[in-house]
Design a protein around this ligand. Structure first.
Ligand code: RBZ
Ligand code: NIO
Length: 352
């Protein structure tokens, strides 16, 4: 059995019994029933995922997967391809948005080279999982081979396994890859059958004419490659990206290892979507961090059946929304663990 098939066969539904027990505990806390709203949902889901009524949230890790995209040569981004590697050095120095926000919630940032077009040699702090020096131009043919896509997926699965051995309680996804909103839009168009114009937006902030060009390029990529929506790996290989594959693998691996996984914005959700299309049970392990400004994001969230935690008009990626959402999930779990019950506090209970 390959690591991918083994992982898929290890994914089970979360523990519904524990979910009910967690809610019963929440209902005994000194508050009107249900009054902490979605924080209660976060707590009971976290319990059901992790399999413990006293789960840890102490160790949090955000994986920022980075890779380049051949389709950038078509002029689909406002920024040059070199920004991918430049931002990786920024992450490693601690100066990027994700470093600030991960630090804010006490999460580590783990930067993974899935396929950057740069030779890093022995760069301290960088996790090397390079599958290729970027994808090929999807407007002209498949972005990757099926083998490359599976290798990248399995790299993500291995990182999730590492979380289990390292005691990471909650994982988050993030990414960096100039051109990757093009891949993410192509993925949701391929699965949903929506028009490319309905799911394609401005990424780093492209102008109207570049947006029209981006839509044409994605239409061309879908026409040239004909990705099969019933075969998620085919979609991933033909119009995806290496960092998106890494994210999909991490999400699958987290589900197989019962680790709650907080999925960031548009590109991260494209990875999560691949994972859910491969195994729908994965949905139960996902926390959708936020709703991105990218117009295609809500169709992905609908398909996954996930209600985003935040709506802060974010459109950065890197894992920034995941970091912020982790803080709220942590808050929900702390309510379950630390808040006094009516009996403990000597507070009279209500009648409903
Ligand atoms: C300085 C900078 C930092 C970023 N951090 C994340 N992204 C985000 O923007 C890129 C996707 O947009 P597009 O498809 O239009 O290229 C990805 O790298 C994503 O992570 C960044 C983009 C830039 C320019
Ligand atoms: O939602 C995201 O993750 C996003 C949107 C635009 C550009 N980069 C990332």
């Amino acid at each position: 059995m390959t690591l991918l098939t083994e992982t898929l066969s290890n994914i089970r539904p979360v523990d519904a019994g524990l979910m009910a027990q967690a809610q019963a505990r929440l209902d005994n806390k000194t508050k009107p029933i249900g009054s902490l709203g979605r924080l209660e949902e976060f707590a009971r889901r976290y319990v059901a995922i992790s399999g413990s009524l006293d789960p840890s949230t102490a160790k949090k890790a955000i994986f920022t997967f980075a890779a380049d995209h051949g389709v950038v040569e078509e002029g689909v981004s406002a920024f040059p391809k070199e920004v991918t590697v430049q931002m990786v050095f920024n992450f490693l120095k601690g100066g990027a948005g994700i470093n600030v926000l991960a630090n804010h919630v006490g999460a580590d940032v783990l930067v993974v080279d899935m396929g950057i077009d740069h030779d890093f040699g022995d760069t301290p702090g960088l996790i090397g999982r390079k599958v290729a020096r970027g994808t090929r131009n999807m407007a002209k043919g498949p972005a990757m081979t099926r083998e490359e896509a599976v290798t990248a997926l399995e790299a993500g699965i291995e990182l999730a396994r590492g979380c289990k051995t390292d005691g990471v309680a909650m994982a988050g996804t993030g990414e960096m890859g100039i051109g990757n909103t093009t891949a993410a839009s192509a993925i949701i168009a391929a699965f949903s059958g929506k028009t490319v114009a309905d799911v394609t937006h401005r990424g780093t902030g492209i102008n109207d004419s570049a947006l029209a060009k981006k839509i044409t390029i994605i239409e061309q990529a879908l026409a040239v490659n004909r990705p099969d929506p019933k075969d998620p790996i085919d979609v991933l290989a033909k119009v995806g990206g290496l960092e998106i594959a890494g994210i999909a693998g991490l999400v699958l691996g987290c589900a197989a290892n019962r680790i709650p996984v907080v999925v960031d914005g548009f590109i991260s959700t494209a990875g999560a979507l691949i994972a859910c299309e491969l195994c729908p049970t994965v949905k139960e392990y996902i926390f959708a961090a936020h709703e991105s400004v990218e117009i295609g994001h809500r169709f992905m969230l609908e398909r996954i059946g996930a209600e985003p935690i935040l709506d802060l008009h974010l459109r950065l990626g890197e894992g920034t929304g995941a970091a912020l959402a982790m803080g709220l999930i942590d808050a929900g779990v702390k309510i379950l663990k630390e808040m006094a019950t009516f009996a403990e506090a000597g507070v009279a209970e209500g009648e409903y």
